[in-house]
Unconditional design. Structure first.
Length: 402
């Protein structure tokens, strides 16, 4: 019974101090328009947006249509948070065509077309480089100072709070810019060593390259789990959506998240004298009490694992080209990483005079236990949202055009 009570206490301490209201995108639109008519301030609109959770995907087109309803930078920031948090959800029903599912033979023909595209075109792409601009949104940490080891060109934003402290809500932290390279359609590990003090600066880094469409499709196809899901409108074009699952035995989905603490106490304690029952250590008549030198040492380590995963492919039915891919890692409750879900959008990019379908947008939703296995009696979680855009693609090693 004591063990059960202790487990319930741990679960209770992990529950957020606020409860979000779940609404649709349509209800979000109505709320913003109503607050605009009431001439609510930027701080008031921002506080209201922090209290909600969308049940549908907030698409960029809808975000743009709401730009006149947000009165300032604080509410605009929270709109971007809602976009990232809902990025892996199905869109409103208006973006889901009522067209019947294709016959099984047609589904197989489309998947064969996708397999041919990935192996004969996508994976045959030359080595490329691109500029990746990443925005970080996070809770349980204040806006990052320059001393954190993070460097970015965006202006840090401080966010107010209506109910609890600002750090409890997800808000903008910073922006970073990096050069990434890919080969045969797969992103490569950076050659330079990252010296940022991840973990110690209250942030994480995802140090495994983004999933490759070719590798994920090959594993899903090999697992035999690709199934028809629905039609969906993506960037104004109808896409065929297929779901898939890859078990751990067939998975090469690697995770590498930095960093989590190992806390050890070192030193020596000496006890002398006799302590009477009922007296505290060091009290009068109890002896001299403990003496010595105790220190706390913290080592930081990465979470590394190869995990099962599932996800979705969004495919152009005319060409077999992958327009979007979602991967969701399947993690254990006892892992220090609770969630790592990724969405990659692909779009036409002209490189070296040729048009290629390349990653143009990225969303990552993550949740970790920042104290790792070192929590004492309770634990907290930290949610981090990443949104990234890829620009300035060129053949790797080529001189940038001015």
């Amino acid at each position: 019974m004591k063990r059960l009570g202790w487990m319930l206490l741990l679960l209770a301490t992990a529950v957020p101090a606020w409860s979000a209201k779940k609404i649709t995108v349509g209800e979000l639109t109505d709320t913003l328009k109503s607050m605009q008519q009431e001439k609510k301030s930027d701080a008031d609109v921002s506080a209201a947006l922090k209290q909600i959770q969308l049940t549908e995907q907030l698409t960029r087109n809808v975000m743009n249509s709401l730009s006149d309803c947000v009165p300032g930078p604080l509410s605009t920031e929270q709109l971007y948070v809602l976009e990232a948090r809902s990025a892996l959800l199905p869109p409103p029903s208006a973006d889901i065509p009522a067209t019947p599912a294709p016959e099984a033979v047609a589904q197989k023909a489309l998947l064969d077309k996708t397999s041919e595209y990935l192996t004969k075109i996508y994976e045959q792409m030359p080595a490329l480089s691109a500029t990746k601009t990443t925005l970080r949104f996070q809770d349980n940490v204040e806006t990052v100072a320059a001393s954190s080891g993070m460097h970015g060109s965006a202006t840090d934003v401080s966010v107010g709070s209506a109910i609890v402290t600002a750090s409890k809500f997800i808000h903008y932290i910073n922006a970073t810019e990096s050069m990434v390279t890919s080969e045969h359609g797969a992103e490569k590990m950076p050659s330079a060593k990252d010296k940022t003090p991840w973990g110690a600066n209250k942030m994480i880094a995802l140090q495994e390259p983004d999933p490759s469409a070719g590798e994920v499709f090959q594993e899903a196809q090999g697992a035999g789990t690709i199934k028809w899901l629905r039609w969906e409108t993506v960037n104004g074009k109808t896409a065929a959506v297929f779901s898939f699952e890859v078990a751990k035995k067939k998975s090469h989905f690697n995770m590498n998240v930095c960093c989590f603490p190992d806390v050890d106490q070192t030193g020596t304690v000496h006890f002398s004298g006799m302590q009477r029952v009922g007296q505290s250590v060091g009290a009068a008549g109890s002896g001299s009490g403990p003496t010595g030198n105790l220190q706390t040492n913290t080592d930081w380590h990465n979470y590394k694992a190869t995990v099962p995963y599932h996800g979705e492919f969004f495919i152009d039915p005319d060409t077999g080209i992958v327009l979007r891919m979602i991967t969701e890692a399947e993690l254990k409750p006892t892992d220090v990483v609770h969630q790592q879900d990724t969405r990659i959008d692909y779009g036409p990019v002209t490189v070296g005079g040729k048009t290629m379908m390349l990653p143009v947008k990225l969303f990552v939703v993550s949740e970790v236990v920042p104290n790792g296995d070192s929590s004492a009696g309770s634990y907290s979680t930290r949610c981090t949202l990443f949104t990234a855009e890829y620009k300035n693609y060129q053949i790797a090693g080529a001189t940038a055009q001015k």
